[in-house]
Ligand binder design. Structure first.
Ligand code: HXC
Length: 510
């Protein structure tokens, strides 16, 4: 018994030390925390229950038989964030570069399976050189086992990836299939093939950072949701983010007590929309005014900024916000914004999070690049996502709602539950100028007539009255009352039950 306890303590000590003091120091010199330090920041104090601290790899090739470190490069287990259960893994770069062996993968798979069974989110802290090169195909099998769990867990429990070091090769596909990816600036990167291979194949000279750093993925590719300055900031923000999420698809989003009154009015909203309808304004001003305590957790702010997505709360309950941003591309829908918002809408629908949609959209972005890039397929993703969503859906049209984009943006026709419009709303097939140029094509040289027709069209259609007269808009509301009207709507919709027809799964236009 004594010798067991002694050996146990030795192994635990070795596991805690990971790759040793020198490698820990190197990790710190790079501005990175160690895998264990990261978990200390992420989880509530003393809440972490570690599993498989003694697991070692089973490889004997290339001298690996004599080179074993308990834990094998990944720390796994469960704990709490603000008292709520979460399963975690944290890859330890100081142990074989955090590379994934068969045993390392088995540890991750074990916590993923348990998270699915008990209904709790999974957070992965990634810092790994990829497949354990000495293990060959066993490592690939390990990755596939993790991928399979990612897919099974999708839509059942929230999955969050935090990239805090290298994540390369096929290894990127596990985070890619999780719901959210957060990255750390300057110390993390994700790519399928690194700079050396790129140089050989395409002759492009590129740095790790440029190819797959946090800025690239949060501004250009849209792969990641947010980029943080350092490990500490990333982990603390994940704690804040976690508070918005339900534990599983069987649970309601969490309730956070708030002093913010549901019927609080915001007089400044009455002058938010400029008189000149071609002038922009910041839709975020509206979001911050409407939500509880102005607390809005925006995702992908630097990517496809013509649409805004993120979480907030109304009367303490999480909501997903989707909003056109008139300041960028006049709020047009394009390929990137449609994909960005569609995935977010689907996440909210998976996890019982009501959707609030603010609409000011002049239409789909025209042009060769958009058509050639497949706006038809990509634009339909957002349409599909809103149409299939059965969570409570409240929509407010602040200004333009033109053409197909009107239909797409959670309209009444896509089972919008409550559809409001501000008096400044313009709901029509297209803007007055474009409309007149088409229907009076032969009379365009008569300037006076064109102006008269444009004015006639504007008066007739560029307002919310026609749509309200048909019942497509439930009520025209004064901007300053928007928060109160949304809160009431959500209260009314609290017990909404709506089911789509039985199917194995749908076939969203990917
Ligand atoms: C085994 C690895 C390793 C790996 C790193 N190490 N990657 N050991 N398998 N994949 C070890 C190193 O030998 C070294 O050990 C320690 O980790 C730290 O690595 P360094 O190279 O010293 O660190 P650094 O300079 O920071 O460079 C990090 C790195 C580099 C860029 C990640 O290590 C690297 O390029 N590694 C190989 C990446 C790779 O090609 N992986 C396979 C990709 S294919 P010592 O003992 O010296 O400290 C893949 C397929 C997945 O992953 C497929 C899924 C379907």
């Amino acid at each position: 018994m004594d010798h067991v306890l002694k050996e146990l303590e030795q192994k635990r000590e070795a596991a805690r030390l990971g790759g040793g003091l020198k490698r820990i120091e190197t990790q710190h010199q790079k501005g990175k925390l160690t895998a264990r330090e990261r978990l200390e920041v992420l989880l509530d104090p003393d809440s972490f229950e570690e599993w498989d601290m003694l697991v070692e790899h089973r490889c004997h090739d290339f001298g690996m038989g004599k080179n074993k470190i308990p834990g094998d490069g990944v720390i796994t287990g469960y704990g709490t964030i603000h008292g709520r259960l979460v399963f975690v893994f944290s890859q330890d770069f100081t142990v074989f570069g955090g590379s994934l062996s068969e045993a390392h993968a088995e540890k991750i798979v074990k916590i993923m399976d348990k998270a699915l069974q008990v209904g709790a989110p999974i957070i992965g802290l990634n810092d790994s050189g990829g497949a354990r090169i000495q293990e060959g195909v066993d490592s690939l099998a390990g990755y596939a086992a993790v991928f399979q769990r990612n897919v099974l867990a999708s839509g059942v429990v929230p999955q969050i990836s935090v990239i805090m070091g290298p994540c390369a090769g096929g290894a990127v596909y596990s985070p890619a299939m999780t719901d959210f990816i957060f990255m750390v600036k300057n110390s993390s990167y994700m790519f399928v093939t690194g700079p050396d291979v790129v140089k050989t194949v395409t002759h492009e000279a590129v740095t790790h950072e440029k190819l797959g750093g946090a800025l690239t993925h949060t501004t250009k590719s849209g792969v990641a949701d947010l980029a943080f300055e350092n490990d500490m900031e990333a982990l603390l923000e994940v704690r804040r983010f976690f508070e918005f999420l339900p534990l599983s698809n069987r649970e309601e989003p969490p309730l956070k007590s708030t002093e913010d009154k549901p019927d609080r009015t915001s007089p400044s909203l009455d002058i938010l929309v400029p008189h000149n309808s071609s002038k922009g304004y910041n839709m975020k001003d509206l979001i911050y005014k409407i939500v509880d305590e102005g607390d809005f957790f925006e995702l992908q702010p630097e990517y496809a900024a013509n649409i805004i997505i993120g979480f907030a709360r109304m009367e303490g309950r999480t909501v997903g916000i989707v909003a056109n941003q008139p300041l960028v591309l006049a709020g047009c829908l394009d390929i990137d914004s449609s994909r960005k918002a569609a995935r977010f809408v689907r996440f909210c629908d998976c996890f019982n999070i009501p959707l609030i949609t603010f609409v000011d959209v002049p239409g789909f972005l025209p042009g060769m690049a958009q058509e050639g890039g497949g706006i038809i397929k990509h634009g339909s993703k957002l349409l599909f996502a809103f149409a299939e969503a059965t969570v409570p859906k409240v929509t407010v049209i602040t200004r333009k709602a033109y053409g197909g984009a009107y239909d797409v943006m959670s309209s009444k026709h896509l089972r919008g539950d409550v559809n409001f419009a501000w008096p400044s709303a313009e709901i029509a097939v297209m803007g007055p100028k474009g409309a007149v140029e088409i229907i009076f094509r032969n009379k365009l040289d008569d300037k006076e007539k064109v102006e008269a027709y444009t004015e006639e069209y504007r008066e007739k259609f560029a307002n919310p009255l026609v749509a309200a007269g048909r019942g497509y808009i439930d009520d025209i509301i004064l901007p300053h009352t928007t928060r109160g009207r949304i809160c009431r709507s959500l209260q009314m919709l609290k017990n909404k039950r709506l089911e789509n027809p039985w199917k194995k799964h749908d076939n969203i236009p990917l």
